[in-house]
Ligand binder design. Structure first.
Ligand SMILES: Cc1ncc(COP(=O)(O)O)c(C=O)c1O
Ligand SMILES: [Zn+2]
Length: 408
């Protein structure tokens, strides 16, 4: 069997010109404390890899192993993540006057969200580098995914999450054997606790964008979109943005594909969708500033969007602007209503983070930020089954044992 090698070369700071050895534990840039990004020897890889080489491999994300950071194939742990479907949602598109609207269904991933991608690669790299105990703050779904992959890899994990996180996340984390810590606060408070514990106990801190490899897993969504669109990228991609890792991943994937010469310079506009109760990126785009102010008392039912200040805020804002994209906030009420509408018209029942994009689309259309002929992709990051408490039962009748209606 052919062994596929990783072309990982080094780590590079997202904000300064510092570069760092990729084969030792790495968290932040030693010069300026910003995120580190993995870099690959793409010019060498481009000499022999063709787009068609990826076609015949297994559908999980390890098919992109050349541009992923795991050197030893034995460390590429998998639960079958990636290779998610992309399909049109024509009834809803018609209702809002769009001609081409797709959903990329990340709810099909292990643990029900796109967080599985970041966890697969992040945990695999931690295993490869000899780490034994990891720790992370989470809004919920990342904790579930990392717990599953750590169980698979035999690594210890400490997860710190707000005590009002959906209960399914708590159950998943515990069932998968991670140590769960609940905090009476936000994900930012959880992050401070994790940072202190990692310094004290020497655990590997795997907070969002404070280690370089989670984003490598997330970027595979960009490779898949390019393949699914036959290397002609769509015009617009909407992304429900909390910490923004997925959006940074998409941008990085497209950048790497362009360096390989597989796509042209046409980039989709990247549009960040946030909740009105926690929209730091939207505020910064509106104000035209380079970083985000932390939102005090951040609040939304879309728990994955409840990130008061993205750690890599400057990079995220640069990316949105460089694609001539934008950021938009929607209310929780509109999110729930539109999520139900799309479930009942299309059979597509998504997590509220993803449902927020359905609420954002009509406004983006009426503001002419999206035109009817644009090819638009919604990155549907999770499955609604994680959030059933948000949706009341309707269309219900209660029957007695003989089938007679008691309540309608
Ligand atoms: C379902 C879902 N969508 C979107 C997000 C936001 O992801 P990111 O941090 O990449 O912006 C999260 C984060 O927890 C999530 O769980
Ligand atoms: Zn730096």
């Amino acid at each position: 069997m052919q062994v596929i090698k990783s072309y990982l070369s080094h780590l590079e700071c997202a904000e300064c010109d510092c570069s760092v050895d990729a084969d030792t534990r790495a968290n932040l840039c030693p010069e300026c404390n910003s995120s580190l990004l993995a870099r690959y020897d793409l010019s060498q890889l481009g000499n022999y890899l063709q787009p068609s080489d990826w076609k015949d491999r297994s559908p999980d994300l390890w098919r992109y192993a050349e541009i992923l950071p795991i050197r030893d194939p034995m460390n590429r742990i998998t639960l079958g993540e990636g290779g998610t479907s992309i399909y049109e949602i024509p009834t809803y598109a018609d209702q809002i006057g769009l001609h081409h609207l797709w959903i990329k269904d990340e709810g099909l991933n292990p643990t029900g969200t796109f967080k599985a991608r970041g966890a697969a690669v992040g945990v695999a790299r931690a295993l490869e580098l000899g780490e034994k105990t990891l720790a992370m703050p989470t809004a919920g779904n990342a904790g579930s995914a990392w717990a599953a992959y750590c169980a698979r890899a035999g690594l210890e994990l400490h997860v710190v999450m707000p005590d009002d996180t959906p209960v399914v996340n708590m159950r998943e984390v515990s069932a998968c054997g991670a140590k769960l810590h609940l905090v009476d606060g936000l994900i930012s408070d959880a992050g401070t606790i994790v940072g202190a514990a990692c310094s004290e106990f020497g655990w590997y801190e795997v907070s969002t964008l404070k280690e370089p490899y989670r984003v490598e897993g997330k970027k595979t969504m960009g490779f898949e979109i390019a393949e699914q669109f036959d290397w002609q990228l769509p015009d617009v991609i909407l992304y429900p943005t909390g910490g923004g890792v997925g959006m940074i991943g998409l941008w990085k994937a497209f950048d790497e594909l362009e360096q390989l010469g597989w796509i042209n310079g046409h980039r989709p506009k990247l549009i960040a969708v946030q909740a009105k109760g926690c929209a730091p990126v939207v505020s910064s785009i509106e104000l035209g500033v380079e970083g985000c102010e932390a939102i005090i008392d951040a609040s939304t039912v879309s728990s994955g969007l409840r990130v008061p200040k993205p750690f890599a805020d400057r990079l995220l804002l640069r990316i949105i602007r460089s694609t001539e994209g934008n950021a938009i906030a929607v209310s929780d009420e509109d999110t729930i209503e539109m999520t139900k509408l799309v479930a009942s018209t299309e059979g597509v029942f998504v997590a509220p983070e993803a449902g927020a994009m359905f609420a954002a689309l009509p406004k983006l259309m009426s503001d002419r930020q999206i035109s009817p002929d644009d090819k638009v992709v919604l990155l549907s990051t999770g499955n609604a089954l994680k959030y059933t408490d948000l949706f009341k039962t309707s269309n219900l009748s209660i029957l007695d044992k003989d089938g007679r209606i008691r309540i309608d």
